[in-house]
Design a protein around this ligand. Sequence first.
Ligand code: HEC
Ligand code: HEC
Length: 333
Amino acid sequence: MFLFVLLCLNRVALADEVPPPWAYGFKTPAPPEVSLPVPPPASTNLVPKPADLILHHLPGTDRQFNRIQITDIFGPADWYPQDHPPMPEIVAKGKAPAVWACARCHYPNGKGRPENAPIAGLPVEYFIAQLHSFRAGDRQTSDVRKPNTKMMTEYARGLTEEEMRVAAEYFGSMKWTPWIRVIETDRVPQTTLSAGMFLPVANAPDEPIGNRIIEVPEDVEAVELLRNPRTGFIAYAPIGSIKRGEELVTTGGGRTLACAACHGPDLKGMTIPGIGTTPGLAGRSPSYLTRQMFDIKSGARRGPSVELMKPVVANLTSEDMLAISAFLASRIP
Ligand code: HEC
Ligand code: HEC
């Protein structure tokens, strides 16, 4: 009973803070129920149709793959092996049946997509700590409709310490390089959603951007059909958001703390003696960044090292987070 009242109070306290749906891969705000069943992961092992067996090509590689191979959860297509060091088994193939190949969602190069996470170039120590945090249930999501945070938790639970280290060292050995182009605009293409990723609708009239960042592939076919790990994203952001974000990030603007103190002068992450390492923020997915700030504020993402971020997000509104993320994503990493 006490717990129930507590849950209700918590709900009231957060009532005016609905997770910004765009950052979680939805068009409409989450319904207000305390808990919703987490939808089962979409089955991605396709039942072969003739079209799935057609071989596809990409520029700059003589490799060819069909859709079954491209989307294989235990060994997705590796179009450009020359772009990354040799992949450890856990990254390339995962561990059937419970752990999908990391490359399936984060790509072999760790660039990731807006609905998952940019994991290349993260400090090894931070990376491993996050896997422990998922495993402990300390990284959940504020929007209970989002299925893949739960999936990531299950993978972390299925990994050995050695596999965590090997994956962390592999992704940490690659630098984070430009991947997202931020464009300020007041109108955006109409979009549809595909498993948490926004895709522009061809030949549809544009629409007002409103209070959103809309992150879409630079080339829909290359990303959605072929999973080309060389094709990045465009993040459309409201006019003026980069400048507003810059003020908050660099001075705190009276609402937060300057980020460089802990994330390094270029916002590429740093080691804080006696505390640990912080992740890089420059040039990373603005949907991901806003999601994390919101989850830290709501308590969905928690743990000892997250305490340092609590005062940072305490007074930030979703609009502040949007502006901060637009600025951070626009930084050249
Ligand atoms: C089904 C897709 C999927 C697969 C496969 C997957 N991940 Fe993830 N991963 C995610 C999602 C989604 C998030 C972000 C969760 C969120 O935003 O709430 C994430 C986040 C992470 C993070 C946190 C990054 C940060 O900046 O804090 C790490 C580290 C990570 N994944 C490592 C791995 C490793 C290692 C593997 C392979 C063993 C793997 N992931 C496989 C979907 C996936
Ligand atoms: C007092 C130190 C401190 C300051 C100041 C700070 N951060 Fe952080 N931040 C951290 C730490 C530590 C983590 C890692 C938390 C963890 O281990 O899970 C983090 C993590 C994050 C993450 C999650 C990144 C990921 O890969 O999942 C985001 C986003 C973030 N910070 C944004 C910001 C922004 C924006 C600012 C400035 C407005 C800021 N931080 C200022 C210490 C700080």
